[in-house]
Design a protein around this ligand. Structure first.
Ligand code: SF4
Length: 110
């Protein structure tokens, strides 16, 4: 019996990267609350986002959720208590007092 000429050394599947989602406060809720709807008016959007952010405030995996959205460049929806606009703002490099460039990655809401 011959040996395989090569082997793929693939990493084992890991749920640890996504396990935080099983603890999400929003898991049983309608996803429409966290994502913009087509034709949604400005006022309705503000109210929807405010409600979603309130849910995120007490979510036990808020940090993981926001870090995921920031690291993947999630373009839509409320993640970790942030809107798309909030995340664009958080990803902007900032100059510290020491003159170093930093990026804010801690959970914040606006
Ligand atoms: S932080 Fe908000 S969007 Fe993220 S998992 Fe929790 S409730 Fe859902």
């Amino acid at each position: 019996m011959s040996q395989p000429r090569f082997s793929l050394d693939m990493p084992a599947p890991s749920t640890s990267l996504w396990d935080w989602q099983t603890h999400a406060q929003c898991r049983p809720l309608d996803t429409d609350l966290f994502f913009p709807r087509e034709g949604e008016g400005h006022g309705a959007r503000i109210r929807r986002e405010r409600t979603a952010k309130e849910i995120c405030q007490s979510c036990p995996v808020r940090n993981q959720c926001q870090n995921h959205a920031l690291s993947t460049g999630e373009p839509f929806g409320i993640w970790g208590g942030t809107t798309e606009k909030d995340r664009r703002h958080l990803r902007q490099p900032r100059i510290t007092r020491c003159g170093e460039i930093s990026r804010v990655s801690s959970p914040q809401t606006h």
